[in-house]
Every structure is written in C-alpha cells, then in structure tokens.
Ligand binder design. Sequence first.
Ligand SMILES: [Zn+2]
Length: 331
Amino acid sequence: MSPSGAVLLGDSVACDAFDESRPLRVVTHAHADHLVGLKSSLRSCSKVLMTAATRDLAEVMNGPLALRDDPVETVEYGEAVEYGDERVTLVKADHILGAAQVLVEDASDNRVAYTGDFRIDGTPPVLDCDVLVVEATYGSPSCRRSFELDVEELLVSMVEKKLKDGTVYVFGFHGKLQEVMQILHSADVSVPFVMPERVFGVSKVCERHGMRLGCLTLSTEKEGRELLDGNLPCVAFYHMNSRQSVGLNGSRLCVSGWEFHSPCRQIGDKEHLIALSDHSDFNGLIEYVRRSKPKQVVTDNYRMSHGETLAREISRRLGIPAVAMPRKHGV
Ligand SMILES: [Zn+2]
C-alpha cells in the first residue's frame, strides 16, 4: 500500500488512489476516500475500472468528473479484464450501490485481493487468495455490535412513531440514506421523502440501478418546501454534514455505524442515533480473513481506521502474518 492510500495489487493495479507506477486504476466504490487522485488517474492511466453504478454515483456525489470516455471502462461483477499477464476481476461487495472487491491473478496463479469497504453479511463470495488487503474501519475489538435486535425493524418503528409529530429528519452519508429509503419503502412507510438536490441525484442513480426508494420530492420545490415549512408528515433526508443546520427543532434520526452498545440511543432532546452500518464490525472483519485463508494480510492503515490494531489481532487470533500499511510516522 502506498503512502497516498493506493492499494497496490500485482504489478499493474492501484485501487482507490492514484499511483504513477500503475497503469490500471480501480475505483472500488464512490465514497470520497476511495476516489483519491482520480483526476490524475484519468490523465495518466491506461484504464480506470469501476462498475457502471459507481461511475454514475461518483458523477453525482463528486462531480463534475469526466467518467464517460477513455480511459474509464465500466465492468460487470465477475467480468475479468486482462492486462499483460494479469487478470483483474471486480466482485460484489455489500457496502453502497456498485461497491466491489478486487481480485488480481497472475500467470503463475498468484491471487491477491482487496476487500474494499464491505459488510460481511451480504458479501458472498469471500475471496480466496494468497495475499489479502482488508479494510479496517472497525478493526478494534471495541468495535463489536453485540446486540441481536433487528436494526431495520427498529428504524421503521422509530420513523413511524416520530411521524405522528410531523416531519422526521434522517441524517446519514450518501448510500446509507438511500438504504434507509429502501428499508422504509419496503416496510410500506408511504409518506413523501423530501431531500435536497444532491441527495435527490444520488437517489435517482440508485433507482436507475434497480433500488426501489419510494416517492422522492425535492426540498427546493413547492411541495417539498410546504411539507417541511408546515412540519407535515414526511421523511426529510439530509447528508450528515447538514446535521448542525437543518431540522433543528424537528424529530431527528442519525444513522451511523459508530455505535456498538445499543441499536438505538437518544442523543438529543428529539434526536436518536440508529446503529445502521455499511461496514463489518470487528468480528465480521476477522471472520472474512478466517474464511479467505490468505498466507499474508495487509490492513488498510490509510483511511480512518484501526489498521495497526486489526493487524495485531489477525496475527494473534488466526496465526496469519499481518501488517498495517502505510506505516504511520513514529510507529
Ligand atoms: Zn465506503
């Protein structure tokens, strides 16, 4: 792994950040910390690989980006791309729409894999490989969700209860917000879903790629404005960054994975935190490595994470050599 956060696989591939020595760039998903140096990659790489859903989401979430032409190539899950004597395959990861794991195989059948961000429950298959690079967001033993309660059911019942008092504001990151819409829609919560332009754009991409999200309304249009101004029953979806400035007097729900003790906790006068995560917790990360049976593990120590701790725990619990990369200064 490079100091700038590129996950280097085989001889030709750099994932999730630009590396000038690698002709192939893979974008595992559209979250900003995985699009590092994308403009440089677009200028100098032979190919920039991603799923079509990731391309569409990246354009809306981080645009304007020129992702329609060369060197961008969209690939399906399971479709192999040959480069020199290496073969690169994107495999589905359960994280946000379009997210992928990456497998690189060479002519001698060496297999190197990178999980990207993932949630283990919905991520079949676990990649069998010789060297595994694993994300480490919840890589500390303190990051274990011990509760058995169904978080999705709880989310639905909280929203239904709060709707009796009018508008319910939901704060979360792109991708997660749309997952909440999908959960509410499939549970027949049929009030309008109101949202600002960027959240609306991301939601429309999700719909184009097969997610069913319900009745979407822009907060800037007349109907949306009236619903919010009148505190009428609707669910308003805003990015986590707007949490300090929007819906301050309304009923509020934050969806976040950074909660390990309770599936739902009151954090303000009319505000609750719901522990809905799109990452594996510590147990899920260990379980992935155990099933993947690699000879060597590298933990991602670049993105906000517990890379060092996870590497130590993998060595100790599974007896597999593991290192955190890149090394942080002074460590
Ligand atoms: Zn992510």
